[in-house]
Design a protein around this ligand. Structure first.
Ligand SMILES: [Ca+2]
Length: 317
């Protein structure tokens, strides 16, 4: 009897150790026009502080001039200014974001300019090459230019493996904010680079979970109640203030963070009875048959309950 109790105790201890091992993640974001990327990055830092995730790096897939530095300022605010940042574009950048320039100006950071950041493909390759096999979760909350370049990358000094081989060896799964389900046309998939979406879906062979536009759109966060609980000294506060002065915004990107770290349940169910087919214009459809790797999320709890969880994480709770 005593032996059985000991065995059970060890099993519980071991499974807890496993459950608590931080999940190594690479975030690929377009920190520019919309503010949900800010909330998503804040959530990831909350998970990291809770020991649930480890941010290996952030890929900034954007042509916005202050996107990369803003990302570094947010990471620095959370004590992780050491997180490497890779960019999809170093020059010919535009200034169109409502919040990136101000956050970059108001908060400390070590990255001086996007030109000083590492190339996104190089960073993806380096992070994956240094990771244990089958360990990394890639979370994309922007368009898929950088991921597509990774998949198309050739062997180099970093790794003798091609991008596709490197992904197959090192990545566990992909959590993707993109598309609309069961069908539609969503910005991450069609703007500005639908060819990358088609390429990624054609070359991705591992599990991928899509969070569609229709899902995050039901989950409005960052409104007045969030403002009352958020420190005005935080770049997250500034992001939502500058974006629309706390009128609230859909939580498209936050859904993918929540799912990537906690899994679909209890907030979502994952529909796995088909596959996501993308047309050359970036529109997509959920079609039979199941391919064993694609799934998309559906809401399975009242929206306010999911928003409460998202906002708590955005507040670092
Ligand atoms: Ca985004």
């Amino acid at each position: 009897m005593q032996r059985i109790i000991l065995l059970l105790l060890f099993t519980v201890l071991f499974s807890n150790t496993f459950a608590q091992a931080p999940l190594p993640v690479i975030l690929d974001a377009d920190m520019d026009s919309d503010v949900d990327d800010v909330g998503a990055l804040a959530m990831l830092h909350a998970y990291e502080r809770a020991g649930k995730a480890r941010i290996l790096g952030v890929i900034v897939t954007s042509d916005e001039a202050h996107s990369a530095v803003c990302t570094d300022a947010i990471n620095t605010y959370y004590g992780r200014g050491d997180i490497p940042i890779g960019v999809s574009q170093h020059d010919s950048l535009k200034s169109f974001s409502k919040y990136t320039r101000r956050i970059a100006e108001e908060f400390p950071h070590s990255l001086t300019s996007p030109a000083a950041a590492e190339d996104g493909t190089t960073l993806y390759r380096r992070l994956l090459a240094n990771a244990p096999d089958g360990s990394v979760v890639i979370i994309t909350i922007g368009h898929l230019t950088s991921l597509s370049r990774l998949l198309d990358s050739a062997p180099d000094a970093i790794s003798p493996l091609s991008g596709q081989e490197l992904v197959k060896r090192k990545v566990k799964r992909w959590s993707c904010m993109g598309g609309q389900y069961p069908q539609g046309k969503e910005a991450n998939f069609y703007r500005p680079d639908p060819a990358s979406t088609v390429n990624c879906l054609a070359k991705w062979t591992l599990p991928v979970t899509f969070a569609g536009w229709e899902l995050g759109n039901q989950l409005v966060s960052g409104g007045a109640s969030f403002q009352s609980r958020c420190s005005p000294a935080s770049p997250i506060y500034r992001g939502y203030e500058l974006y629309n002065n706390f009128k609230g915004r859909a939580s498209w990107d936050q859904v993918s963070i929540l799912e990537a770290v906690e899994g679909a349940a209890p907030y979502f169910t994952e529909q796995k009875d088909g596959h996501c087919a993308v047309a050359p214009d970036g529109s997509n459809q959920w079609l039979p048959p199941a391919n064993g790797t694609h799934g998309y999320l559906r809401l399975s709890q009242p929206a306010e309950k999911v928003v409460a969880r998202i906002e708590a994480l955005m507040l670092g709770q």
